[in-house]
Design a protein around this ligand. Structure first.
Ligand SMILES: Cc1cc2nc3c(=O)[nH]c(=O)nc-3n(C[C@H](O)[C@H](O)[C@H](O)COP(=O)(O)OP(=O)(O)OC[C@H]3O[C@@H](n4cnc5c(N)ncnc54)[C@H](O)[C@@H]3O)c2cc1C
Length: 484
């Protein structure tokens, strides 16, 4: 890497925040996925939008490839950029809350902030930030938005994004200051111009480096009521789901979580739940009367559809009927639980709710065939986990995961990587889409784009990144070979 470039980079972000040593570079080649991090020549940790802007302008002048990293918890790997030549921007130093606006009910934070920290700050100020069951202690706000992770999550609440374009230009979207020069605060994403906020959501980070984000908040609900029932047939569960989403929005306050037979087997000490679906409805509200009424209305429908109660599940529902300040604990429990199951073949899906009955059994059948093949190759599957939840009125997000014994085995890791890729190809053939716009998943998605969609993406990308320096290897690009 050019010595002048490194000198200028150090002058912008400070000597202590630029590293080139092999140990640090090795660490950044890892991430939470089986697909890997980024092979960087240098890592910089900027502290402000201004620094990111100056760094991008410098990289643009020198045509240095740049890869952005948040929490490193992508399921499908990081953008490869140009292996061995990348400047990696680690965004996690940009972790400040810039403005908590209780009257306007918004929060503005830097994009490198870890979600659990943002959630905690919002809760402490009496506000609710919708964070679905993701690893909130590692995921950053910017990474989450770039990967469009989270099902029907937080994206709709995003009002404004500050993004640095590949040439260093700073843009602020969303109707407030930066979009409309006479506005003093961001309060509505779609006013004052086209919805460019949406353009930066789910882009994988290929259009710009997100540095600041304004999110709309809700009042923190003080009351939770849970209702947990068992069903013997998926059709009944889907009827219940349809009637639930026709009455209330499942997000943010009335999520419906469905666990399949494999998950039930793990939950029950004697494996007795292995032919059941368990439905967990969580109602969150501001008063007991309001929340009880929603719980009662839900239970009346569930009863009508033949939902069964057990003393154990009723007791669990009673324990969960408490103030929703325990999300962080639930999250830690979830991570510990999954880590204990073995090497994960994450097999997620997102599909129209109306196709669930037809398609879901095919996904489970596909998994079972692969598990049988794994067995023939000497790999032992020790757990299955099925989960689904309506992400909104129209769609269902879920997983039909498998977990394998012997985590360190390189052969097993290669097998699971192939399994994940093949599963996604299979689901694409069925017309489904996974929720994540990141790593290798972006390329699988882009392979299915229509001509018009492809042309639009290419035109926008070419216009704002003519030297193709930012997050190379996503969407339409093959991952480049070293030295390309
Ligand atoms: C065990 C596990 C379980 C998970 N479960 C869930 C779940 O239940 N629900 C869910 O929603 N998600 C889940 N996820 C996925 C996770 O939420 C997403 O992958 C999320 O996008 C990761 O955010 P990150 O900050 O770690 O991003 P990274 O992995 O660092 O980056 C992801 C992408 O975003 C880009 N990027 C990061 N920051 C920026 C920025 N500031 N500007 C521009 N581009 C940027 C990167 O270049 C990369 O392309 C899970 C992940 C793991 C490992």
């Amino acid at each position: 890497m050019d010595a002048d470039f490194l000198t200028d980079l150090r002058a912008i972000v400070g000597d202590s925040y630029v590293v080139t040593d092999p140990v640090a570079r090795f660490a950044y080649r890892q991430d939470a996925s089986l697909f890997g991090g980024t092979d960087a020549a240098v890592i910089a940790r900027p502290a402000s939008t201004d620094e990111v802007s100056r760094v991008m302008a410098l990289a643009f002048r020198h045509a240095v490839p740049v890869v952005v990293r948040g929490g490193g918890s992508s399921i499908y790997g990081q953008p490869p950029g140009v292996p061995g030549e990348n400047l990696l921007l680690d965004m996690t130093r940009m972790n400040r809350i810039l403005n908590m606006n209780p009257q306007g009910m918004t929060v503005t934070a830097e994009a490198g902030i870890i979600m659990s920290r943002l959630q905690h700050a919002c809760n402490s100020a009496g506000f609710y930030l919708f964070v679905p069951a993701a690893p909130v202690h590692t995921v950053s706000l910017g990474g989450w938005l770039s990967g469009a992770a989270g099902g029907g999550g937080i994206w709709w609440e995003i009002i404004s994004i500050t993004a640095v374009l590949p040439d260093g230009t700073v843009v602020r979207t969303g109707g407030g200051p930066g979009t409309h020069v006479r506005q003093t605060e961001a309060y509505s994403r779609i006013m004052g111009g086209p919805d460019f906020t949406g353009m930066f959501i789910g882009d994988g980070g290929s259009f710009g480096v997100k540095t600041e984000v304004t999110v709309r908040l809700l009042g923190l609900p003080a009351v939770t009521r849970a209702s947990i029932l068992v069903f013997r047939s998926l059709d009944r569960v889907l009827d219940l789901m349809a009637r639930h989403v026709a009455r209330v929005s499942p997000h943010p306050f009335d999520p419906l979580l469905v666990f399949g037979p494999g998950a039930n087997e793990l939950f029950s000490a004697d494996g007795s739940g292995a032919d059941l679906f368990t439905v967990m409805a969580l109602m969150q509200g501001h008063t007991p009367a309001e929340t009880d009424a929603r719980r009662d209305a839900f239970e009346a429908i569930a009863d009508e559809l033949g939902g069964g109660h057990t003393p154990e599940l009723d007791a669990l529902a009673g324990m969960m009927s408490r103030a929703p300040d325990q999300e962080s604990e639930m999250e830690m429990f979830g991570l510990g639980f999954f880590n204990g199951l073995g090497l994960a073949a994450w097999l997620p899906f997102n599909m129209p709710r109306t196709r669930m009955a037809e398609v879901y059994p095919l996904l489970v059948q596909w998994r079972e065939e692969r598990i049988a093949e794994a067995g023939r190759r000497g790999f032992e599957c020790q757990a299955r986990f099925e989960f689904m939840a309506p992400s909104d009125q129209c769609s269902v997000t879920g997983e039909v995961d498998a977990f394998f014994k012997d985590v360190p085995s390189l052969e097993l890791r290669a097998f699971v990587r192939e399994m994940i890729l093949d599963y996604q190809k299979f689901t694409h053939e069925l017309g489904l889409l996974d929720v994540y716009n990141q790593g290798m998943m972006s390329r699988l998605n882009a392979a299915c784009w229509s001509d018009g969609y492809r042309a639009l993406y290419s035109t926008v990308k070419q216009a704002i990144d003519p030297k193709r320096i930012l997050n190379r290897g996503l969407w339409l690009e093959r991952p480049p070979e070293p030295g390309v």
